[in-house]
Design a protein around this ligand. Structure first.
Ligand SMILES: [Zn+2]
Ligand SMILES: [Zn+2]
Length: 158
């Protein structure tokens, strides 16, 4: 495989992962999978929450793709690399910038990163399965639009 083909696969995988993660978050985690995700919308004791099991699942999928890629089908290896890079970006933005779960303080710099943080804080304005806004992690809508939708969906919130 050429370098360009490999790079394209990695980049596409990262972009598709954001779309996939958005859909999973909106329709699975805030749907049938709420049992695991609820822990992330409530205060939890200790360093881990049940919601982290989703990250474990994605890691297992990435590991399986790395293995499949080395054994049978080269492109799978680069898809796995894209998934892994996405996971690291997610860990930086979501676990670092927004929730400060890292052992050191991570500061949001620049307008876009601040927008990502604000958008995800708005996602956490709701502690229930329904009514939340902003399900993406690396891409976020305009914050004013999100606030308006949040208010429209949750008349009780101020
Ligand atoms: Zn959520
Ligand atoms: Zn969160």
């Amino acid at each position: 495989m050429t370098l360009w083909a490999a790079l394209t696969i990695v980049l596409l995988s990262i972009i598709l992962m954001e779309i996939f993660a958005w859909a999973i978050h909106k329709y699975v985690m805030h749907g049938i999978g709420w049992g695991w995700h609820e822990s992330h919308h409530r205060e939890t004791d200790g360093p881990f929450e049940t919601n982290d099991l989703y990250a474990v699942c994605f890691s297992v999928i990435a590991a399986a793709l790395f293995i499949a890629g080395s054994l049978w089908w080269d492109p799978a290896w680069f898809i796995a690399l894209g998934l892994t890079i996405y996971g690291l970006l997610y860990a930086f933005v979501h676990d670092g910038l927004v929730h400060q779960r890292w052992p050191f303080f991570v500061k949001a710099r620049g307008r876009y990163m601040k927008r990502l943080v604000q958008a995800h804080r708005l996602h956490h304005a709701v502690h229930t399965r329904d009514g939340a806004v902003s399900f993406g992690f690396l891409w976020a809508e305009d914050v004013r639009r999100l606030k308006a939708r949040l208010k429209a969906q949750n008349p009780v919130l101020k």
